[in-house]
Design a protein around this ligand. Structure first.
Ligand code: ZN
Length: 80
């Protein structure tokens, strides 16, 4: 019996956030994305594994995880 399984990554852009880049010193704004990882069985997502918010620097491309409360405090429209 052949079982095909793997991981699926999906990203949803949430706009821009007023924050500077700690890696290159770019003054901002940084783009904010919601990144989700799910376990797939026969290419169908069946189990959510990870969900987090990330900021991306448009200058150097550095991605950094950000807490939901911190993103909300900086003006992002983040649902619970
Ligand atoms: Zn940067």
């Amino acid at each position: 019996m052949l079982v095909i399984f793997g991981l699926s990554h999906k990203e949803r852009p949430l706009g821009l956030i007023a924050l500077g880049c700690p890696a290159c010193g770019h003054p901002g704004p940084l783009s904010l994305v919601h990144r989700r990882t799910r376990f797939t069985l026969f290419f169908v997502p069946v189990l959510p594994l990870r969900s987090r918010l990330e900021t991306r620097c448009p200058n150097c491309g550095t991605a950094r995880a950000i807490a939901r409360d911190e993103a909300r405090r900086l003006g992002a429209d983040v649902r619970s």
